[in-house]
Design a protein around this ligand. Sequence first.
Ligand SMILES: Nc1ncnc2c1ncn2[C@@H]1O[C@H](COP(=O)(O)OP(=O)(O)OP(=O)(O)O)[C@@H](O)[C@H]1O
Ligand SMILES: [Mg+2]
Length: 233
Amino acid sequence: MIKAENLSIKYSPQDTKPALDSITLNLKRGEKFALIGANGAGKSTFLLALSGVLLPSGGTLSVDGISVCKDSLKDIRRRVGLVFQNPDDQFFMPTVEDDIAFGPRNYGMDEGDIKIKMNAILEKLNISKLKERSAHHLSGGEKRLVGLAGILIMEPSLLLMDEPSSFLDPRARRNLISLLKELPQTMLIATHDLDMARDLCSQVILLKEGRKRADGEAEKILGNSALLEECGL
Ligand SMILES: Nc1ncnc2c1ncn2[C@@H]1O[C@H](COP(=O)(O)OP(=O)(O)OP(=O)(O)O)[C@@H](O)[C@H]1O
Ligand SMILES: [Mg+2]
């Protein structure tokens, strides 16, 4: 599903140290991956690269066999959904409802279908009451859930989430975890919430200072406290 070979990402060509440095990974479809690492380790950068927001400065990256490059961006964005770390980056329509409907409308989904899907997702996330509100005037946790709804309605085959449990109260967090557990999609979840990672993900990718430090079974990596400590976790 995701293949990276010596992938490097720089935010600017002048940077001496890349934000991601020679990452090689081969991630299987259908699994849930936790992407962990200290602040600045490169988690968000990797998610931005997977969604084509940042293009490789070295090496290669492919999703579903499609190489992520300028020419494939349309195709990549149809398959990959990213819920941003800062939910404000995601909203641009006047109401929550319009914001969630924006993506599917753009792809020509039938209005009736949009309504049915939207209502089901809002209900699952427990945010039906926010429909007519302005997305910019919501609380942090509400924004996070609305951002997630806007991505889920697109049914991406690869779901990327950047700190999905941040800002959420304990009940909303539990609710989110059980919802994500049910979804069939391949997921890559960047998070500091190691309990959620343990609960939700079968696999872990551990980054340290822009490099891959370890990847494999969640139980093994999350159970290795010396390794986690070494990586600042
Ligand atoms: N817009 C940017 N321009 C230049 N450098 C950036 C930019 N965004 C991030 N970086 C750098 O890239 C590196 C990786 O950052 P990234 O945001 O991917 O880390 P992260 O693992 O998501 O951290 P956090 O846990 O704090 O969210 C850091 O050194 C950071 O300073
Ligand atoms: Mg980040």
